[in-house]
Write a protein that binds this ligand. Sequence first.
Ligand code: COI
Length: 357
Amino acid sequence: MKITTDLAAPSLKKPKPVDESALGFGKIFSDHMFLMEYRQEHGWQNARIAPYGPIAMDPAAMVLHYGQEVFEGLKAYRGTDGAICLFRPRMNFERMNRSAARLCMPEIPPEDQLEAVSALLRADRDWIPSSRGTSLYIRPVMIATEPGLGVRPSAEYLYFIIAGPVGNYYSRGFEPVRILVEQRYVRAARGGVGEAKTAGNYAASLLAARNAKEKGFDQVLWLDAGQQGCIEEVGTMNIFFRFGDEIVTPPLTGSILPGVTRDSVLRIVRDRGSKVSERPVTIDEVRASARDGSLREAFGTGTAAVISPVGMLSHNGEEISINEGRVGEMSRTLLDEIMGIQYGEIPDRYRWVQKVS
Ligand code: COI
């Protein structure tokens, strides 16, 4: 893929954040972005790096009316040797294509997606923060741009990538989160778009998340759309439980996002010889195991959040305390191992890190 580069004039470059401990998540954006357009007759064209800035769009662009959009989230880390490291980027690119196929959108060869991300990282390498726990969050997005109000797949698309330095997703850092089990609303039904990374899933989650925040919770835990008894995922994360010596996460049955960190955790804990199950988990099982003492810990996994210990679930007005609200041993060792690999501090025995030069 041929990528042209138009770098921002030095006078237009933004000041970089000085205090890396106060980055937060998704508030600051780097100086450049990647863009390319798709037309049915020509395929993807005009790949370019341009200064970060507004995108002009026809008000009838289909994305604005029917939500034909997919996106991804991955991170670039500054390795201990100074190298720019991506973590399993191919999984993100393949998921992007599966999401696109689900929404009748064109795919992009994973090699081209990697080239696009690499070109942006070369332009904005100075934006990658270096403190442990920080990274450059990369957000590839595809939107339907053809003007028209008929409900059908667009014939034109824009793919763009923006990036920005981030720290912890949760403002309290690696502290156990408090989660409300959502009983009124559902996130996704089987056969819907729950396993696609598409904006509508997040829009649909906002009301429940806001209600939960108002009650003092950090996130919601979604139950299945059928009987609302089985656990699916947390707001922006997949979820794991440790019952006795068994590590359990709900299976990917179509309504759950297939997370990269989820997959990495499964691999690591399987290799440690732990008993790992991808099987349905009901909220009743969680409650009963909390009562009989076999629920040892719970944690969420995600690119933005990495590993996030869960300290408490609230269901039907009942508080289910997990590990007395403290960070569990497995959450801590998994965070250390995954971050150790991401920052190049420990050997990359799975070959998960891809360096960008
Ligand atoms: C990620 O973990 O990268 C996500 O996409 C979650 C995000 C919506 C904040």
